[in-house]
Design a protein around this ligand. Structure first.
Ligand code: ZN
Length: 273
């Protein structure tokens, strides 16, 4: 009981702060010059005064705050990228043209697979995955594929940084917070989702992963599989290694990307091998 009332109080406090902030911004917007300073995320929006929130007060004095329909989602995208350590500028630079296909023999295979995938892409069809050594540009290539899905097929795509998002989801799952289902719903149902660096920093040192983390991750990808949503993956773990950690999870990932999955070796390993 105590937990529940704490959560409610926290939520109420957050909403109150949001209302206060939006009220301040509404006031500033009305009184200050229309040219507002460039906001930190670079997104200008006159509708909400660059806050991402719309403050309203109804005739009967009821105060409410809603996400700005013009810019809230765009702000979220920039925020998520920032948390994952990728700047929006880098994101835009990660294209097929800028991918170095001559770095190693596997780099060429990566690019060939990406080009083939984009040519054969079917809406709600199979995803795409690159697994193995770091330093091969897996993230670069997968982001390039995502951007092409949007450019060529006019399909939205979402970037999910495993290391930035997963700890928050696991935390809210563990504390039974009501925002868990809401956040999961978005990731479970969006059309194209790229999950970057699966299991990054998850290994507790003995080759075992947190059971709750595995449950949350399986919950996410299994729902996407059942909803026929397209998922792209990159990871330093190969699909076989994932299957050794959790058989059901490994085979699910395999089902979701076949025949567009590739395991790659970095240049160093190749020289040693
Ligand atoms: Zn706005």
């Amino acid at each position: 009981m105590e937990n529940v009332s704490n959560v409610l109080t926290d939520t109420q406090r957050r909403i109150k702060a949001k209302i206060e902030r939006a009220r301040m911004m509404a006031y500033t917007r009305e009184t200050a010059a229309p040219e507002l300073a460039t906001p930190p995320d670079g997104i200008q929006c006159n509708r909400c005064g660059n806050t991402g929130w719309i403050y309203q007060i109804s005739d009967d004095g009821y105060e409410s705050v809603t996400a700005c329909p013009d810019c809230y989602e765009r702000r979220q995208v920039v925020r998520r990228l920032k948390q994952s350590g990728i700047s929006p500028q880098d994101y835009a630079r990660f294209t097929l043209d800028t991918f170095d296909a001559y770095k190693t023999p596997d780099s060429a295979k990566m690019k060939t697979l990406a080009v083939r995938y984009l040519k054969e892409h079917v809406t709600d069809g199979p995803g795409f995955g690159i697994f193995g050594s770091s330093g091969m540009g897996k993230t670069h290539l997968c982001i390039a594929v995502c951007q092409e899905l949007t450019r060529r097929y006019h399909e939205p795509h979402y970037y999910f940084s495993y290391r930035a998002e997963m700890p928050m989801l696991v935390k809210s799952a563990k504390s039974f917070q009501d925002d868990y289902e809401a956040s999961m719903h978005k990731w479970k149902t969006c059309q194209n989702l790229y999950i970057d660096d699966v299991f990054k920093l998850s290994d507790t040192g003995n080759g075992k992963l947190d059971a709750q983390e595995l449950r949350v991750f399986f919950d996410l990808i299994n729902a996407r599989y059942l909803n026929h949503k397209t998922t792209l993956f990159s990871s330093e773990y190969t699909v076989n290694e994932m299957a050794r950690i959790d058989g059901a999870l490994g085979s699910r990932v395999y089902e979701m990307i076949k025949p567009y999955g590739l395991s790659v070796n970095g240049p160093n390993q190749r020289l040693i091998g």
